[in-house]
Design a binder for this molecule. Structure first.
Ligand SMILES: *[C@@H]1O[C@H](CO)[C@@H](O)[C@H](O)[C@H]1NC(C)=O
Length: 428
């Protein structure tokens, strides 16, 4: 009686020591993830947790890198990316902080350590690691007793990586998803390496990593994985819906701003420059007003994006805010210029402020579009080149036109006022 209960306790203790919450994405069943939260960490809410990433890095289904992250989507998540090291036999684990939907930055504050059982065997990469400060990070935190803790996963297949560089520039994922880990199912034990020690206690262990992956996974994982995949379907769609929406809003922001700064503002300025008849000034005002509506709309979208991706303190966001806010001065300045012009029959200082503020802000907006592309980090060379060429063409054209009309004006009349007459209607 007593002996059997001791045996039972002993058996439970050994199972508890091996508890792992596991998850394997339905889209990519060759990839699997496991987490263990030791009892001490579960009790104190901080300390070590153990994470395993597994997946193929050679063969027909080879992945360039495989990642897991704490959090419900990329912005604000604590990410770990595994890829083969320079030798090709072991693994580099790269901790990163997700700041938005672009390549996450290397996170030097993460305390991670690769453990035994890590390596690449028969094309299968296993990264067993310990994280000592994963209860909180810049941008988020995680309760170690959460039965619905949020995680994300991703992987990419763009050819083989072999690098020891933890801040290596990597390609975008082509598979991703989100899921929940029931950490109460992955809790327990005080092992220094639950992925290996559990396999030796499990006994059968032929190869350390293989057994570590399969043994405890089979016992606790059946519960763990069913709970994680159960919530993953709804979570996946939730995460995806947000991802899709974020992508659309980013595109809308880029389109609306490009229209404003690469088309309507230059168009309005050119109309004023070359003149289109009696109502030139009002057409100019209407086109610039419309451009301003686009810019304000784009700014609203931009603020939302910056908040979601923690990018409000970037050059792009600051220059954008200053530019669009300063543009509000252009309408009153333009009206003042117009009324002074009519009274005095020529340009006043207000005219030059209006004209030059307009040119500077317009150009800043166009340059800021380039900064925005870089920030979005699409890595899309064709996109950068297209934007650069287009913006360059329009602005070179615009300033050439200014120079040209100045030249003509000077030659024809030798005076400023002539240009205003040619251009507009202000000389009634
Ligand atoms: C890989 O590196 C880890 C950490 O240094 C080590 O524990 C493990 O034994 C190595 N694996 C191989 C296959 O060399």
């Amino acid at each position: 009686m007593k002996a059997t209960s001791y045996l039972l306790m002993a058996a439970q203790a050994s199972i508890a020591a091996a508890q792992l919450a596991t998850y394997s994405p339905s889209e990519d069943s060759e990839i699997s993830y496991a987490v263990n939260v030791p009892s001490a960490s579960a009790q104190s809410g901080s300390g070590d947790i153990f994470i395993q990433i597994k997946g193929p890095v050679s063969g027909s289904n080879a992945r360039s890198w495989i990642a897991i992250g704490q959090g419900s989507s990329m912005p604000g998540s604590n990410i770990f990316i595994a890829y083969p090291d320079a030798s090709g036999n072991n693994v580099t684990i790269s901790p990163r902080l997700g700041k938005g939907f672009f390549e996450p930055d290397y996170n030097s504050e993460a305390k991670v350590e690769l453990l035994s059982g890590t390596g690449i065997e028969n094309g299968m990469m296993t990264a067993n690691f310990k994280c000592s400060n994963c209860n909180s990070w810049t941008g988020g935190s995680m309760s170690f007793t959460d039965s619905q803790s949020n995680w994300i996963w991703s992987s990419a297949a763009y050819g083989a990586i072999k690098s020891n560089d933890q801040s290596l520039d990597i390609n975008q994922h082509n598979e991703r998803g989100s899921f929940t880990f029931d950490l109460t199912k992955g809790a327990g034990g005080s092992s220094a390496n639950p992925f290996v020690s559990s396999s030796s206690s499990g006994g059968s262990g032929s190869s350390t990593t293989g057994a570590a992956g399969s043994n405890p996974t089979a016992s606790s994982g059946s519960g763990g994985s069913s709970s994680s995949s159960g919530s993953s379907s709804s979570d996946d769609s939730g995460g995806d819906a947000f991802f899709v929406m974020f992508g659309r809003i980013l595109k809308a922001h880029a389109s609306v701003m490009s229209l404003a700064f690469l088309f309507f503002y230059p168009l309005g300025a050119i109309i004023m420059r070359i003149g289109v008849g009696a109502s030139t000034i009002w057409i100019h005002a209407a086109v610039q007003g419309f451009a301003y509506i686009l810019a304000i709309t784009g700014m609203g979208l931009g603020i939302w994006i910056a908040q979601k991706s923690e990018n409000l303190n970037t050059y792009h966001a600051i220059i954008g805010l200053v530019t669009v806010c300063a543009l509000v001065l252009q309408a009153p300045l333009g009206l003042l210029h117009h009324s002074f012009y009519k009274k005095q029959g020529g340009r006043t200082p207000v005219s030059y402020i209006h004209i030059w503020l307009g040119r500077v802000l317009m150009t800043l907006g166009a340059i800021n579009g380039g900064l925005g592309l870089l920030l979005a980090g699409s890595g899309n060379q064709a996109g950068y080149i297209t934007y650069g060429l287009f913006a360059g063409l329009i602005y070179v054209g615009y300033f050439a036109l200014i120079a040209g009309t100045i030249g003509k004006g000077k030659r024809a009349a030798g005076r400023e006022s002539h240009r205003e007459k040619v251009n507009g209607t202000q000389s009634s």
